[in-house]
Write a new protein. Structure first.
Lengths: 428, 325, 190
């Protein structure tokens, strides 16, 4: 089995060190390690992080292979520095049975770019009415532990309560897409000053906050844990902060785009900025950054949502919601959190690797960069600055809001259990 | 150089006054035996209507024909063609036929802006109403009607609406007419007050250049013009107000309320009116109600806009806001 | 293009007609109109904006003095009938004001300040066509500077002024410019 010596890498942003990989495992971390018998990768001061873990990815397969497949999605993930992704359940058919989740899981294993951990639907067909066979999905080869109706909210309080209770039996977690459906009928963008001017239907912050408030109270009541997907408002941050202070077992994620972009961009009526939950205000963006820095928000998750060109090349109301994010996530986090001084690289590693792996119980991921650990690693050139060019994406879709925007940082290498999936920015 | 009219907010004060002054001259054409000018001869304009609006389409068509343009009417209503893909496809098909301008009515807010800025077509785009966003020619014809009635046909030339107090009453939330009017009337120096039940005022209205009131009676005595917006009965079922009767009682304009307005003040309505809902028949049929004039003025305004955008080698209005983008 | 050229006058332009000349010339034209129209019973004067309108009004006053009758006078804006619309941004429109009794069966005398290419008059004839059917149309101009591009000639000319294409002719009238004069100058080099 081959050896790889990563020479002079700033592990978690610290002093340059050498990291020796033997097979699928990190053999040693130190200075002046021998390169004998090893292929040498000169890191030259790049930052070495544990392979990133995305708790919120839409791979679209089965059903919408025109926008993404497990293959193209995991290649995009490897390009972005990820070694594990959690694939959301809103496929066609919905991932609400053991059969579908096993299929997605196996596809990920076969392609070998990135571990794919399927998320199971909470309710049959994402319809919010009847619990899916959560236990069967857990016991399947896919070993599902995270359940979500993402794209739709589990809005029925009784169904949500039962789901939270039921998954306790096998240590699962429900990830809630917090969106009160009646308050968001016809919603097209954040409700506020910009929506009033543009005449687009409003998606009020309270529609997210009211569900989060209810769900943390439900989680407390039944003694379960709950995960909140893509937090987008300052008010949501306050509720999570309060819930954590009460000892409620809640975790929360924020997407890169909600850390950077605001609803002012909707003035262009360009549907590339159409996403759910919608882009909010500057005040929300700053509150989300602060919450991610202080740990109120636990993790960054991409909500990578590929859509074919024709679903975005149209008028706003007709366009699909969502943005691709796997290949730009780390750059956006560097721009908004690291370069602003809010977070260290060790903090980034926690929020984009170890903590999401812990929430989703992704075994072998999010581990420390130290001897004896699985060699899931990503090497980042943090000095790089460049314009985002979607033409170079590995994803099948190009619906990025960052086209032409200059962002810092570039993932140059990714190793999945010692096997290079990305070398010098090129997929293997 | 942009050749579009997308939003009333894009017009400067001088642009707006130029359009109103030009419309005054266009209005005179209607009094002639031959109501036609050769100005847009050889130019092709398509009226691309994704939403039913016979009034607006006919008004544009009359304006286009009076200026001798070749007119193509394309009504694309119906579920299969009102889907997103077909806006682009339809527009490109029309452009391939050599269209110089597209007058577009669309149910989706922002569709005309998208058409003008997406690079799909090169033709000039004129917004004939998009979703709950904008309806700039309606705002222009309203301002034209106000200037004529409140200042005078000749006395108004070159003038804006400085100091005039305009009250707009009704479903502001769903109204492109209200949005366009607030923008344009503010540009023209008027003071605008919106009156509606709080449920029919958008969140975010606080940044608009106008006042908001929930009390119609207190605004009437200080209004030079009261514009009543249509209130659709369906809104009642969505709990925007309890009953039609209660709405009429609190926000409808009847003879008694009209009597509280200053003697010179006018009543306006963009049409179609829901008699008995926001306006009584007595008010609608009174001399102070300008509904019919507004329709006639619409043709003059649209002639002016078409002439100023398409009559030369480049537009005569500056559209500062769009160019910045 | 005659209107445009007038604006390019340099400051060293020299006057070719002064205020008394203009008054005298207009008086002569008024007499000629009465003579040619055999009493001017059915004359309607239509000035072409801007300065043609003021000239028409002055002519009307003189005709009224001669005939002791009210002479209908109006204005005819030709902007929308120009053949060079597509070569410039759209211009602001001037007023078209047709006297109450109309022009049908009347003798319309078009009045303009300078006759140059003839294109303005061509546009004016088109505009007239959309307004009514005069018995006849005649043309009165203060200055004819030559260089016709169309088969058009004036019936009444204040002054024939042979010019080169490198020269400009600018008419100034008290109503618009504060003084009466006709200036001949060299075209500004761009």
């Amino acid at each position: 089995m081959s050896k790889i010596l990563i020479r002079g890498a700033k592990v978690l942003g610290g002093e340059p060190q050498d990291v020796l990989i033997d097979g699928a495992v990190i053999e040693a971390v130190g200075t002046g390690l021998s390169a004998e018998g090893a292929e040498v990768v000169e890191a030259g001061g790049k930052v070495l992080l544990p392979g990133l873990v995305d708790l919120h990815t839409h791979l679209r397969e089965p059903g919408r292979e025109d926008s993404e497949t497990v293959l193209t999605g995991t290649r995009a993930a490897a390009s972005g520095g990820y070694t594990a992704v959690f694939a959301m359940a809103n496929t066609f058919p919905v991932a609400d049975t053991a059969g579908v989740v096993e299929q997605v899981y196996r596809l990920g294993q076969e392609h070998g770019y990135c571990d794919v951990q399927p998320i199971g639907a909470v309710t049959v067909g994402l319809e919010g009415k009847k619990l899916a066979e959560l236990g069967a999905m857990h016991e399947s080869a896919a070993g599902v532990t995270v359940f979500s109706d993402d794209g739709k909210c589990v809005d029925d309080a009784v169904i949500m309560r039962r789901a939270l209770e039921y998954v306790k039996a096998f240590g699962g977690v429900v990830a809630q897409h917090a969106q009160e459906p009646r308050l968001t009928e016809g919603a097209q963008m954040n409700e506020g000053i910009v929506s009033a001017e543009l005449g687009l239907g409003g998606w009020p912050a309270v529609a997210e906050e009211s569900i989060i408030a209810r769900d943390v109270l439900l989680a407390e009541h039944v003694g379960s844990r709950v995960h909140i997907c893509h937090l987008s408002t300052a008010g949501s941050v306050e509720i999570i902060r309060w819930a954590k202070s009460r000892g409620i077992d809640v975790t929360a994620e924020v997407t890169p785009h909600h850390l950077l972009l605001t609803d002012e961009l909707v003035r262009t009526y360009n549907p590339v900025y159409k996403v759910n939950p919608p882009l909010r205000t500057e005040r929300d963006v700053l509150a989300l950054r602060e919450a991610l820095a202080d740990g109120t928000i636990d993790i960054v998750a991409t909500d990578h949502a590929p859509h074919p060109h024709e679903d975005k090349d149209c008028e706003w109301a007709a366009a699909a919601m969502g943005m691709v994010g796997l290949e730009t996530a780390l750059s956006v986090v560097q721009e908004t959190m690291v370069d602003t001084g809010l977070l260290t690289w060790a903090g980034v590693a926690e929020r984009m690797s170890s903590k999401p792996a812990e929430i989703g119980q992704a075994k072998g991921h999010g581990r420390p960069v130290s001897a004896g650990e699985p060699a899931n690693l990503t090497l980042v050139d943090t000095e790089y600055r460049g314009d985002v060019d979607p033409a170079g994406f590995a994803s099948r879709s190009r619906n990025t809001p960052y086209e032409g925007r200059e962002l810092p940082g570039r993932v140059t290498h990714t190793w999945l259990r010692g096997k290079a999936t990305l070398v010098d920015g090129k997929l293997t | 150089m942009q050749r579009h009219l997308i939003s009333a907010a894009d017009l400067t004060r001088d642009d707006a006054v130029l359009i109103l002054d030009t419309a005054e001259e266009m209005a005179r054409v209607a009094d002639r035996p031959i109501k036609k000018l050769p100005t847009l001869r050889g130019r092709t304009i398509v009226n691309l209507f994704f939403e039913d609006s016979t009034r607006t389409r006919i008004s544009f068509e009359a304006a286009e024909k009076r200026l001798s343009a070749d007119v193509i009417n394309f009504t694309a209503k119906g579920s299969s063609v009102s889907k997103g893909e077909s806006l682009k496809d339809t527009a490109q098909t029309l452009e391939a036929m050599g269209v110089d301008a597209v007058v577009i009515r669309h149910g989706a807010s922002g569709a005309p802006f998208r058409l003008a800025t997406s690079g799909w077509i090169d033709a000039a785009v004129i917004n004939a109403g998009d979703g709950t966003h904008q309806h700039p020619t309606q705002a222009l014809l309203d301002a034209f009607t106000m200037r004529r009635r409140l200042i005078g046909r000749d006395a108004g030339l070159g003038q804006d609406l400085s100091g005039k107090r305009i009250t707009i009453v009704g479903d502001v939330l769903h109204s492109r007419v209200a949005r366009s009017n607030v923008d344009l009337l503010h540009t023209l120096g008027a003071e605008v007050t919106l009156v509606a039940p709080p449920t029919l005022v958008p969140v975010g209205v606080e940044t608009w250049p106008c006042e908001v009131s929930y009390d119609l009676d207190s605004t009437l005595a200080k209004s030079d013009a009261v514009m009543m917006l249509r209130v659709q009965r369906e809104r009642m079922n969505a709990a925007f107000f309890p009953t039609e009767r209660e709405y009429s009682r609190r926000y409808g304009l009847d003879g008694e309320r009209m009597a509280k307005m200053p003697e010179h003040a006018i009543v306006m309505h963009p049409g179609p009116m829901v008699r008995g809902m926001e306006i009584t028949a007595e008010v609608a049929d009174s001399d102070r109600c300008t509904v019919v004039e507004q329709v006639a003025n619409g043709v003059s305004i649209r002639m002016a806009v078409l002439y100023l955008l398409l009559g030369g080698n480049e537009p005569a209005v500056s559209h500062t806001r769009i160019e910045e983008k | 293009m005659d209107k445009h050229d007038q604006q390019d006058t340099q400051s060293d332009a020299r006057p070719v007609l002064e205020s008394p000349d203009i008054a005298r010339v207009l008086t002569r034209i008024a007499h000629e109109i009465v003579e040619r129209a055999k009493g001017a019973d059915d004359v309607v004067l239509l000035g072409i904006p801007t300065r043609g309108v003021f000239l028409a009004q002055r002519l009307a006053v003189k005709l009224e003095e001669i005939t002791d009758r009210k002479i209908p006078v109006g204005s005819l804006d030709i902007t929308m009938y120009r053949d060079d619309l597509r070569m410039h941004p759209p211009r602001a429109l001037a007023r078209t004001e047709i006297p109450g009794d109309g022009i049908d069966g009347r003798l319309v005398v078009l009045v303009d300040d300078v006759l140059f290419s003839g294109r303005t008059i061509r546009a004016a004839l088109d505009a007239l066509n959309d307004i009514g059917r005069p018995r006849a149309v005649q043309l009165a101009v203060l200055v004819d500077r030559g260089h016709r591009e169309l088969p058009i000639r004036a019936d009444y000319v204040g002054k024939n002024l042979p010019t080169s294409l490198r020269e400009t002719v600018k008419v100034q009238l008290a109503e618009e410019d504060g003084r009466d004069t006709v200036l001949l100058g060299a075209k500004q080099t761009q």
